[in-house]
Design a protein. Structure first.
Length: 178
């Protein structure tokens, strides 16, 4: 009987290890296990209707803003990455993920650059405010007033995403062509 319990526990442990291995988890320090409320959107209000260009403003606590390459990387300093209507890059990853699968960009040492990221609705800034120049219509949506998601994540000074914290703001924008 004891041997059966031991085997069952061992099998459960193996299943847990295999399941976690497939999650892309590389560093337990990247897991928060808490609500990260350091960033608060100031404007626009959530789900409000805005016109492009849309200026997003936020407040950030307990994080020192530092430009890419300005100092050694840490979890306490860096800059912001903004993703419009798409999931952000994974924790610990770089903006190279945005260009993954794009053979033209992957073949260039300077890609992805700011222009490439902008063309893919991804932006970086050291400010607590950012003007998104345009937000394209949602593919396949027939709604006149479309709900867009803006996601902000933290990047360290080496250009890697810090942790798994992400803050989302939804805004409504009238579909272009109406």
């Amino acid at each position: 009987m004891k041997r059966g319990r031991w085997l069952a526990r061992g099998a459960m442990a193996i299943v847990a290890v295999v399941a976690l291995a497939g999650c892309g988890l590389t560093d337990l320090d990247d897991l928060n296990f808490r609500v990260d409320d350091r960033l608060h959107f100031v404007s626009p209000e959530a789900r409000s209707t805005v016109k492009p260009p849309a200026t997003i403003t936020w407040r950030m606590d307990d994080f020192r803003i530092a430009a890419e390459g300005s100092e050694p990387p840490s979890h306490d300093a860096g800059y912001f990455a903004i993703f419009v209507d798409q999931p952000p890059i994974e924790p610990g990853h770089t903006m190279d993920d945005v260009a993954e699968g794009d053979s033209l960009c992957e073949g260039s040492s300077s890609c992805p650059d700011e222009t490439y990221l902008t063309n893919h609705d991804v932006y970086t800034t050291t400010n607590k405010s950012f003007e998104i120049p345009s937000i394209p219509n949602l593919p396949g949506s027939k709604e006149e007033l479309q709900l867009h998601t803006i996601t902000i994540v933290l990047m360290d000074t080496s250009g890697r995403r810090i942790g798994e914290s992400a803050w989302e703001l939804e805004v409504r924008i009238k579909k272009v062509g109406f």
